[in-house]
Write a protein that binds this ligand. Structure first.
Ligand SMILES: *Cc1c(COP(=O)(O)O)cnc(C)c1O
Length: 498
């Protein structure tokens, strides 16, 4: 197996092993780790794997990218991650909706959204990385969340030996269901803190702690080291490549495609992690033609693909697809590194322009490199209309994020001149966004209570409540900590007993 090493997109680090990249998260120069060379799928892969279970496909992809882990370590990680926490043994069902579109359902894990795909395995990759690199300390994960990531990270880390996780969320800034999910989290190694401030305050506070050398020294003395479960971590990106490869194997299995024939992929995009994984899947040899980037009303990425100008100086909208309400798509830096011809200096320059002036422009030559990316966006009315129409026509109920992709996909289908199958990343269960989804089906639901709507959604779809939504109304509240923005560090020390 070819050894894959990693480098920073800003040039400060090279020849980093995969396990070091997983452990460190962000490079010290502020760049993101990328593979220095891309691995490649073996020639007969898709024929061979067309009936293989999800775990086997994931294992093969991890082996390609995380080459300093042993086969046994990766097997163990996969088996611990993709188990009965998922509500179906398929792990990622692929469902045809309409004539030519296949929904890749990434929402069958512990928190019924796609972040579970990576956050179920990251803790295991991280603890093994610590051991391999002779890190003796327990790993402490600090996370600021606007709602979804915190719960998914806690569900992944809960009960994993050698880890602690502390999540900060803005008091009053997350939905009732999201808050309930977090404060009822079990596991002695988990802690949740509501801060008196907004999400940016929480994120800034966490960043400050990461950069605080005195705090790091105190932690080390007490037997702890900080790490991050942020979506820029290689340990989150690589597991996401696996499901695009897996999706392709299912299209071969279903006889929709012969191994080697092309599919298109549509992804509802925020931080650009999910679609970048699809791009990596293509790079290693998955037969993908177009990568369609779908944005909501915060269409900074759509504008970028249309014009080559990335400009975050614009109004920010709160939408019904909150996990895509983002103006700085961090993972785009990895694609920018490629479009500059892997030029770290140019990449750093563009990222500095983004930091200082809020925008940058790439050249025509650079744009040519990403000509296989298509883009589109959906506004709020179009999202609601899409959910209602597809439910009426196909009896398939989708969530608001997936609906952004479905709308963009339908527009794309109209303008292309072929009939390639489309694999559409379906990123959350409709049960997670009951109010928006149910009012898209019928406006009469708009004034009802979120918890009540879950039962009505069961009745409407004939599906049981997902386990993630089953007991949260009555589960005991285990986390009651609150703090001011200025007390975040003190709170961390209290939790860790420093
Ligand atoms: C995080 C998230 C997205 C956006 O994914 P990125 O990797 O940030 O582009 C889309 N849908 C849902 C439900 C999410 O949680």
């Amino acid at each position: 197996m070819k050894e894959i090493l990693y480098e920073s997109t800003r040039g400060g680090e090279r020849n980093i092993t995969a396990s070091q990249a997983v452990l460190t998260g962000l490079a010290k120069d502020g760049g993101l780790y990328v593979p220095m060379t891309m691995p490649a799928l073996p020639e007969d892969f898709f024929e061979r794997m067309k009936d293989a279970p999800y775990q086997d496909v994931a294992y093969e992809i991890l082996r390609l990218f995380l080459s300093d882990y042993t086969d046994q370590e990766l097997r163990d990680c996969v088996d611990l991650a993709y188990d009965s926490k998922f509500d179906t043994p398929e792990i990622v069902p692929v469902n045809r909706v309409g004539e030519n579109t296949y929904f890749l359902e990434l929402f069958h894990g512990a928190t019924i959204a796609f972040k579970d795909m990576a956050l179920s395995i990251l803790p295991h990759l991280l603890t093994r990385a610590a051991k391999k690199n002779n890190v003796q300390e327990d790993v402490v994960i600090l996370t600021a969340t606007s709602g979804d990531t915190g719960k998914a990270a806690m569900a992944g880390f809960a009960g994993v030996p050698g880890t602690r996780i502390i999540v900060f969320y803005p008091k009053g800034g997350v939905s009732i269901v999201q808050e309930r999910q977090m404060i009822t989290q079990t596991g002695d190694n988990t802690a949740v803190v509501a801060i008196h401030g907004n999400f940016d305050n929480a994120q800034t506070g966490v960043k400050k702690m990461f950069e605080d050398r005195d705090l790091a020294a105190r932690l080390k003395e007490a037997g702890y080291v900080f790490s991050s479960a942020n979506s820029i971590n290689v340990g989150r990106l690589v597991p996401q490549v696996a499901y695009y490869v897996y999706g392709y194997t299912r299209l071969v299995q279903k006889g929709v495609l012969k191994a080697g024939e092309l599919m298109d992929v549509v992804v509802p995009t925020g931080n650009f992690g999910n679609i970048l994984a699809a791009h990596y899947a293509k790079q290693i040899g998955t037969p993908i033609d177009r990568l369609v980037c779908a944005s909501n009303k915060n269409k900074v990425l759509f504008d970028f693909f249309q014009t080559g100008n990335y400009d975050k100086n614009r109004e920010f909208y709160l939408t019904s697809s909150p996990s895509m309400d983002i103006l700085i798509s961090s993972n785009l830096e990895r694609l920018i590194f490629e479009v500059t011809g892997r030029d770290a200096e140019k990449t750093a320059d563009l990222m500095n322009q983004l930091k200082s002036g809020g925008q940058y422009q790439i050249t025509e030559e650079m744009r040519a490199y990403i000509a296989d990316f298509e883009s589109g966006f959906a506004n709020e009315d179009q999202v609601m209309e899409t959910i209602g129409r597809v439910f009426k026509d196909e009896h398939y109920l989708m969530d608001t994020h997936t609906a952004v992709a479905a709308k963009v996909s339908a527009d794309y289908e109209k303008r292309r001149d072929n009939k390639r199958p489309i694999l559409l990343a379906s990123t959350a269960s409709p049960f997670k966004f009951a109010k928006s989804v149910m009012s898209a089906v019928d406006p009469k639901y708009a004034d009802e209570d979120d918890f009540k709507l879950l039962d009505q959604m069961c009745a409407l779809t004939g599906q049981p409540r997902p386990a993630a939504m089953r007991d949260i109304e009555n589960a005991p509240i285990l986390h009651k900590r609150e703090c001011d923005i200025s007390q975040m560090e003190q709170t961390v020390c209290e939790i860790l007993g420093l």
